[in-house]
Design a protein around this ligand. Structure first.
Ligand code: TGC
Ligand code: FAD
Length: 391
């Protein structure tokens, strides 16, 4: 019988290498065994189990595109597939690998000295150490260039002062990538530093009243005259470009990840309407319901096909800055719409935690905001298109 390829109409799977297929399958099995069974409980309790990090390390999903220091050296496409599988369970779990890989391992690997790489990368890649990335401040969100965290040069190093807010993993991190500008200089003096949990004057606190991304620990970092040794500054950064290069990596993963959440909501809705009898026939037998299912299928598959093309371009070393903003904006927006529609198709049951769609829906509200809010990506695209900055 001719195969009906409704789930993958563009044959995305046929573009994956054997290794990529194997990685996706292994990760899917891991997520189903280790993460999925407890996801409702973890979400209810705002609880992230730190012991998962060594397991992520053993699975090879931390810094997976890095070829040294224990990294598996996979393609960026494989990284995207991993994000997709993790976010099928919960956006928090995708965040936990995105931050460690793109925002902590990547800057150390790209901009760190050999000594810094040898010191930090092995334990970040095997998951013995947990990292976080401090860019955002209470008064510097979409516009990080207005940050107030400063560094001052001393004979042996630097003194850092300031605070960071809304930082994923801050409450559980061992390693802190902190971005700061030079005291009494302009924001072009931006530099990155690697701090450790036990540095004097570094304190963290947790935001424990989030209604979204509840499994992911988010917090503040306060830096009060923190002495940072000379060799803890990231040596090879090049201003804001270096900061944004970390965000590019994370945004690429997010663009795949949200389609994982959307796919999950689509499949839950499909299963539900195929089994729910109303007006003496299954909900799936109604034209309006089929239209909704087809819209989910269309947006998810257009998203995945574009993610595939972007991943291939990235693996070929092409500039994908515009594609990243297209995907970050569009995939988040479409995934949120799909989660909302799925919730509606399940009626009152859609509100129950055991059907998962509400959890995905509220998580996607976070993902829409972080890593460049939706409208910020419109403005990035507008600026690149017209040559006029509206910021
Ligand atoms: P702008 O003048 O546009 O750029 C300054 C310099 O940076 C270069 N550049 C980039 N380079 C590489 N990749 C990119 N995507 C780049 N975008 C800009 C640019 O060429 C320029 O270089 P040069 O040599 O000419 O100086 O900078 P701007 O101050 O106007 O800012 C632009 C804007 C608003 C787009 C930027 O500030 C922005 O992206 N804001 C959003 C902030 C954001 O995304 N924060 C994320 C924090 S981390 C996080 O949320 C983690 S969530 C956890 C998880 O991922 O799971
Ligand atoms: P604002 O910048 O105040 O934006 C509010 C609204 O105004 C948005 O809709 C935005 O689109 C709009 N807006 C802003 N400027 C303009 C403009 N010029 N024109 C039109 N509209 C505009 N940051 C880190 O550094 N590291 C992390 O690990 C991290 N993790 C996070 C985890 C979570 C759970 C969350 C929620 C956030 C995290 N962030 C992190 C912070 C995140 O990157 C910021 O929240 C995000 O950049 C938006 O900043 P803001 O919240 O201050 O919103």
């Amino acid at each position: 019988m001719k195969q009906n390829n409704w789930f993958d109409p563009f044959y995305v799977q046929s573009h994956l290498s054997e290794e990529e297929i194997k990685i996706q399958k292994n990760v899917s099995n891991f997520c189903n065994k280790e993460l999925r069974p407890s996801v409702i409980e973890m979400n209810k309790n705002h609880y992230f189990d730190k012991n998962l990090y060594p397991k992520f390390g053993a699975l090879g999903v931390l810094g997976q595109t890095i070829k040294s220091h224990g990294g598996s050296g996979t393609s960026n496409l494989a990284y995207g597939l991993v994000a997709y599988e993790f976010e099928k369970v919960d956006s928090s779990y995708r965040s936990s690998i995105s931050v460690q890989s793109s925002l902590v391992i990547h800057p150390i690997s790209e901009f760190g000295s050999n000594k810094q790489k040898d010191k930090y990368l092995p334990e970040l890649i095997n998951g013995k150490k947990i990292g976080c990335f401090g860019l955002t401040e209470s008064e510097a969100g979409s516009d990080p260039s207005s940050m107030k965290t400063t560094f001052k040069k001393t004979k042996d190093g630097y003194i850092l002062n300031g605070s960071k807010n809304w930082i994923t993993n801050a409450p559980i991190a061992d390693i802190f990538i902190i971005w700061a500008v030079e005291e009494n200089k302009d924001n072009k003096s931006i530099e990155g530093f690697i701090l450790e949990k036990n540095f004097n004057g570094l304190k963290t606190s947790i935001i424990n009243n989030k209604t979204s991304l509840k499994i992911s620990p988010t917090g503040q970092i306060v830096l009060n005259n923190v002495f940072v040794p000379k060799d803890s500054k990231l040596e090879n950064t090049n201003g804001w470009k270096s900061v944004f290069s970390c965000l590019n990596k994370a945004r690429f993963g997010i663009s795949w990840g949200v389609l994982g959440s959307a796919t999950e909501c689509w499949m839950i809705a499909k299963d539900y309407v195929e089994n729910r009898i109303m007006f003496k026939k299954t909900l799936a037998a109604n034209q309006l319901i089929q239209k909704k299912l087809s819209e989910m299928q269309i947006e998810i598959n257009l998203g995945l096909a574009s993610c595939l093309l972007t991943a291939k371009a990235l693996d070929e070393g092409k500039d994908i800055i515009n594609a990243i903003s297209v995907l970050k904006k569009n995939n988040c927006q479409k995934s949120l719409n799909i989660a909302r529609e799925a919730r509606d198709m399940l009626g009152a049951n859609g509100l129950l935690e055991e059907y998962h769609v509400m959890r995905h829906l509220v998580n996607l509200e976070t993902v829409k905001t972080y890593e460049g809010a939706e409208d910020i990506h419109s403005l990035i695209l507008g600026k690149n298109q017209t040559g006029i900055s509206s910021f």
